[in-house]
Design a protein around this ligand. Structure first.
Ligand code: SF4
Length: 461
């Protein structure tokens, strides 16, 4: 028993979080920055922070993740890290030649009070940013928020600091802020839009960056990512779709304030209903119809769900991870006639409880859910000990509960350190829905096979 100290009695905890269902802000900022073509993320803090952020991303995406660090030592920790960051700009541009450096702060630099806007302006004034090169920055103190907040802050910084302003006549292009999803998901959203003949700018876009093909040749800056020109042009687009309120709405708001591009917050398009809503909204805005090929994909997903209903119906599921993912997954599970009974997310945000209530309130009245402080894996385990579930869906940190309680477990979300494939296969769209249903069925049917008596062990299921 790895988690033998977890009891079923849920005590009211005032201050202690045990095994949080979140990680630190700069990891999200670094992930978002990698979605800009030719970008070097830069961590303004100690080497240890940067090493942790890089290793978290490398372990999840199974790809090398580069980033600079201001390498704070005792002096910078007391007097501030301006000199370190100015030196870093010199080194990074002269040695690694990126198009853009995306700086994010850390707990330490925020506590000292370093002002990234002021330091960046000083670097520009002193000619430390070469001609044609760009620096963007985001404030990401990790003692508030989570990795999702960091992602959101860096996406907002892209819009605020890069988009053109004052363009009255908008282009037919739409912007998509895809939320914290896998590179394969970003590619899938672009594929759907292309099939509809919609021109789009996606930012950030980590496809072909963190799932770049092996070519036998090292490429310092892989071919993927939103380009600086596209980021500038995002201010001319007719509309921005922010997929996932927590990860993407801030970028939509920033672009509205700067360039008057209207925005719409939508759920992550995971599952049938959320994908329907996204495609219908884009189709209405652009007058581009959803082609038959996509309607067929939807039909195949609905067919699979109908065919396998007896394995899915009524199964109790526990979920943890990012709010945007949990809301869409819970809605999809209800469409599968499953019961999302427990949900926790360490990412704060008041809207979570009301949004989840709107999804599960009537369909699963017994559901328990919580986000923010103390919405942790310990609480999730206690709920499961009170009354068990048939399936776990979440990041790698659930494997201890899965092992202790002997419950089938599907990896989803971030981080996934102990399985592969998540960055290559989408879970968004109808194709992603098919893959999710396949994974759910595999887990449940493997369990049925394992538990069945010899007389009941079926060849055909
Ligand atoms: S939580 Fe703060 S101190 Fe820890 S790695 Fe993240 S930024 Fe650094």
């Amino acid at each position: 028993m790895l988690l033998k100290h977890t009891t079923a009695d849920v005590a009211d905890r005032k201050a202690l979080t045990i095994n949080p269902a979140k990680t630190c802000q700069p990891i999200g900022a670094m992930y978002a920055a990698l979605g800009i073509h030719g970008c070097m993320p830069h961590s303004h803090g100690s080497q240890g922070c940067c090493a942790y952020h890089r290793s978290a991303l490398t372990r999840h995406y199974k790809e090398p993740v580069m980033a600079g660090t201001s390498s704070f030592t005792e002096g910078a920790s007391v007097f501030g890290g301006q000199a370190n960051l100015l030196a870093a700009f010199n080194n990074i541009f002269s040695i690694y030649d990126p198009d853009v450096v995306a700086v994010h702060s850390t707990c330490l630099s925020e506590t000292i009070g370093d002002d990234l806007a002021q330091i960046t302006q000083k670097a520009i004034d002193e000619g430390k940013i070469p001609e044609g090169k760009t620096v963007i920055y985001a404030s990401t103190p990790s003692y508030v928020g989570s990795h999702v907040t960091g992602f959101s802050n860096m996406c907002a910084a892209m819009a605020e600091q890069m988009a053109v302003e004052g363009v009255e006549v908008k282009s037919p292009t739409i912007n998509v802020v895809p939320g914290w999803v896998e590179p394969a998901d970003m590619r899938e959203i672009k594929r759907l839009l292309k099939a509809m003949k919609v021109t789009s700018i996606m930012f950030p876009d980590t496809s072909d960056v963190l799932d770049a093909p092996m070519t036998g040749k090292h490429q310092f800056y892989p071919r993927g990512g939103v380009t600086l020109n596209e980021l500038r042009d995002s201010g001319k687009s007719r509309k921005t779709y922010c997929l996932g309120s927590w990860a993407s709405a801030a970028a939509g708001e920033a672009l509205w304030k700067k360039s008057r591009v209207p925005f719409e917050e939508m759920s992550l398009p995971i599952g049938i209903k959320a994908t329907d809503r996204f495609l219908a909204a884009v189709s209405k805005e652009t007058s581009c119809p959803v082609p038959q090929s996509i309607t067929d994909e939807r039909g195949r997903l609905v067919d699979m769900v109908a065919d396998m209903q007896n394995y899915l119906s009524g199964k109790r599921v526990a979920l943890w991870g990012d709010p945007d993912q949990l809301l869409s997954l819970a809605e999809f599970l209800i469409d599968l006639d499953m019961k999302p009974v427990y949900m926790v997310s360490g990412t704060p945000g008041k809207a979570f409880m009301a949004k989840m209530e709107a999804i599960v309130g009537e369909a699963v009245p017994e559901a328990k859910y919580k986000n923010g402080e103390r919405a942790d894996m310990f609480l999730m385990h206690q709920w499961i000990k009170e009354e068990g579930v048939d399936l776990l869906i979440g990041n790698t940190y659930g494997k201890y509960i899965s092992r202790d309680e002997d419950i089938p477990f599907i990896r989803a979300g971030f981080p996934i350190y102990d399985r592969a494939g998540h960055s290559y296969f989408p879970t968004v769209g109808y194709a992603g829905g098919l893959r999710l249903v396949e994974k759910i069925l595999d887990a449940l049917m493997d369990r049925q096979d394992r538990d069945s008596t010899e007389e009941k062990f079926e060849l055909v299921m």
